[in-house]
Design a binder for this molecule. Structure first.
Ligand code: GLU
Length: 373
């Protein structure tokens, strides 16, 4: 239905139950087959990010907190300890699996703040973007060790959707143990019908999700629908597909049954709307006529075109860009705090390092982080 290879930027979320057996052993044969699918996608130009669960499942075995009386629920501190241990093994397993295809991996551990707070969002986004540019596959998980209940994503379905939103991915694949959404729980109701395509998250869809149990780890169909809502708002299509067999991405690409959630907009416009819409600017940057004209042509704002910096702000904060007459021309997320911005205004990008003592971005505001007013 959707040509996966046409995706430019794809997030694939892998559930714990797919990666680890009940006893916490990793399913390396399955992982190797998935790594092969990922390498094939990358060779056709698709950038791939992995959101991998499984740290707790693997770690509890290592720590002897195995599922004694099956599925004993761990205390928060125990699951955090298990995650800390299992994450090392998980990252290593991904590294091994992708190394066979000459692909390097990088471990990224996130909490909700890292995707929602603009300042941290910019850091996480820049790092992941740089990794993708360098041809690396980021392997992402929640930072379970520091994530307390209040700041937890709690499940990697939502984390995957947030990552897709933050990185403007066009496709988010949730590999699960069920091939999508049904009108009722197919395990209990034989009249349950599979839904192939969802265009909007309606109350009906939510009700169906409540009916359908199926799941791996902590997410259920309900969290998948919440993830779909986030992804769709971000202009990213999402798919729930059965990942249990070998080569799950290849199977999906071959048209295996799944549920696709198809958004209206495009990823980039959605992010720009997010930047423009929910901003509460904390400062402003005044630019000369040349820079104003460059911005109108869709260019980034360079320090050279800045004539003044007003207010106090930090890197990643939302600011207004005005012309010399004070007229607002754009809004964006600034790459330098106000003190540093004052020091480099009017200067060429090559001079930044000499002035600040570190090599920051060439742009004061990158065009991806700018929206015209
Ligand atoms: N972060 C958890 C882990 O790696 C998984 C969360 C989930 O299953 O969604 O073990």
């Amino acid at each position: 239905m959707i040509n996966l290879a046409k995706s430019q930027r794809l997030v694939v979320k892998v559930g714990s139950a797919l990666l680890a057996r009940d006893d916490g052993q990793l399913r390396t044969d399955w992982l190797d087959a998935l790594a092969q699918d990922i390498a094939a996608l990358r060779s056709t130009g698709t950038e791939v990010m992995v959101v991998s669960s499984g740290a707790i499942a693997v770690g509890r075995r290592v720590l002897g907190l195995a599922r004694g009386p099956r599925n004993r629920v761990l205390r928060l501190d125990e699951s955090q300890a298990a995650a800390a241990t299992g994450q090392v093994q998980l990252a290593h397993a991904w590294q091994n699996a992708l190394a066979c295809h000459d692909v390097s991996v990088a471990q990224i551990l996130l909490t909700t703040d890292d995707t929602e707070d603009r300042r941290r969002h910019l850091n996480a986004r820049n790092t992941i973007a740089t990794l993708l540019r360098l041809g690396v596959v980021p392997v992402i998980n929640e930072n379970d060790t520091v994530a307390t209940e209040e700041i937890r994503f709690g499940d990697n379905d939502r984390l995957a959707a947030r990552v897709a939103q933050m990185m403007e991915a066009d496709t988010c694949v949730l590999l699960s143990d069920i091939d999508g959404l049904y009108t009722a729980d197919p395990a209990r109701d034989d009249t349950a019908e599979h839904i192939a395509k969802v265009d909007a998250i309606t109350p009906d869809i939510e009700a169906m999700a409540g009916e359908t149990a199926g799941d791996d780890g902590s997410g259920g169909m309900i969290t998948k629908i919440e993830a779909a809502r986030v992804a769709m708002q971000a202009g990213c299509r999402m798919v729930i597909s059965d990942g249990r067999n070998l080569h799950p991405l290849q199977r999906l690409a071959d048209g295996e049954r799944a549920t696709w959630f198809l958004p209206q907009g495009e990823p980039q416009t959605s992010r720009k709307r997010w930047i423009a819409g929910s901003l509460n600017p904390v400062g402003s940057i005044v630019v000369d006529a040349g820079a104003a004209a460059a911005l109108a042509r869709g260019k980034s704002l360079l320090p050279a075109g800045v004539t003044d910096v007003e207010g106090r702000f930090q890197r990643g904060d939302p600011v207004v860009v005005t012309d010399v007459d004070g007229k607002e021309i754009a809004r964006g997320l600034v790459a330098y705090g106000s003190e540093d911005a004052r020091l480099i205004l009017g200067r060429r990008s090559e001079e930044i390092e000499g002035i600040l003592g570190y090599r920051g971005r060439e742009e004061m505001i990158h065009r991806d982080d700018l929206v015209e007013s």
